[in-house]
Design a protein around this ligand. Structure first.
Ligand SMILES: [Zn+2]
Length: 366
């Protein structure tokens, strides 16, 4: 398979249109048509990651954090970052990242984190303003309705909460007059034909629209299928920055913090709040979520995130929101094996390894 095909699998999980406008997710280095011999999944692309890719004979790195963030003004080998980019390019190692788009999707960074912490009754935490939905409407002969419905739904349309294949159809009559060069599915040329049809409609996340349209055009029997794409107000409720969920029963903040430390396999956590207070309603926001503490809705007892600074901590304390800071790596590293599992499900024969990153922070207590 090619670099493009590997990227496409990841884009089905995390559509690029769901990345924030300031993000730099996507293919940073590489030739889309290049053959992939092996994939290494990692949180960040560092010199250590590159060495691990070479050892694993992987010529594609799939990371959560984008390799190239700031615009480059020169490609000099005496700058450590541009030197790394040049070496990756020389070695023919492509680098693809799914970043904020992977943070917000079902099955993404926060879903994996919530699962790791054993949270149940998961709900969205913060709306993603650019996660829009559209309504796709088409008109299809009854005989082909199931095929069109299944194709469009398999492409990611028709999901409402825990339900898939949510569609609606109603009977009606379509008309058409085929021209000289037309080759109609039914009816006669040079006359107005009437055809019993179903009006079929379905919700589509805007990031899945091109896949859904491709599926519709493939499954639809007409030479020129008619369809409407109707923009909708309101954001896609399935897309969320962070998640909120519940613990099986209330426990003290101290006990919860110890549980987080163990479940996330980190050396320590930092805690804001009274360790004796009971917590049950938990929000998770993997990575740098400290600055979002001020936006966490009421009803959440404790936020699990990383990169909490002094002012974030003070602001949370004032609002009565507890925080467990398990570090950037501690809260995000769990997505790496999840990406490998996803790719392995599609390309079972592809060599694939997940690289465990060392946290750059060391704790010295005496
Ligand atoms: Zn991150």
């Amino acid at each position: 398979m090619t670099v493009r095909e590997v990227c496409e699998v990841l884009e089905r999980l995390a559509p690029p249109s769901l990345a924030y406008s300031w993000d730099r997710a996507g293919l940073a280095i590489g030739e889309p048509s290049q053959e992939v011999k092996g994939v290494l999944a990692a949180l960040s692309v560092t010199r250590e990651t590159f060495a691990a890719a070479k050892r694993a004979k992987a010529n594609q790195i799939v990371s959560h954090h984008p390799l190239i963030w700031e615009p480059m003004r020169a490609l000099r080998t005496d700058d450590p970052h541009t030197a790394l980019c040049l070496e990756l390019a020389h070695a023919g190692v492509s680098c693809y990242s799914a970043h904020t788009n992977l943070d917000v999707v079902p099955g993404g960074v926060n879903a994996v984190l919530a699962e790791r912490l054993g949270l149940t009754a998961l709900k969205s935490l913060l709306d993603v303003p650019h996660a829009m939905q559209v309504k796709l409407v088409t008109f299809v002969p009854e005989s082909h309705l199931p095929a069109v419905r299944d194709a469009v739904c398999d492409a990611g349309a028709g999901i409402i909460g825990d339900y898939t294949h949510c569609t609606f159809s109603a009977a009606g009559t379509g008309t058409f007059l085929p021209g000289e060069k037309a080759s109609p599915f039914s009816g006669k040329k040079h006359q107005v034909n009437e055809e019993p049809e179903r009006r079929f409609e379905v919700l589509v996340p805007s990031g899945r629209l091109s896949d859904a349209l491709r599926a519709l055009l493939q499954a639809h029997p007409y030479e020129e299928p008619a369809y409407d794409v109707v923009p909708l107000q309101g954001v896609d409720p399935a897309v969320s920055l962070g998640l909120r969920g519940e613990l099986p029963k209330p426990i003290t903040l101290g006990a919860f913090a110890a549980q987080v430390r163990m479940n996330l396999d980190v050396s320590h956590v930092r805690v804001v709040g009274d360790l004796k207070h009971k917590v049950r309603h938990v929000a998770v926001l993997g990575g740098a979520g400290g600055s979002e503490a001020a936006h966490i809705p009421g009803g959440v007892d404790v936020l699990v995130t990383g990169d909490v600074d002094y002012h974030d901590a003070l602001a949370a304390q004032e609002r009565g929101l507890a925080i467990v800071d398990a570090g950037h790596v501690g809260t995000e590293k769990w997505i790496v094996p999840a990406l490998v599992r996803r790719l392995r499900g599609v390309f079972p024969k592809l060599r694939m390894v997940s690289h465990t990153e060392r946290d750059p922070f060391r704790i010295v207590v005496k």
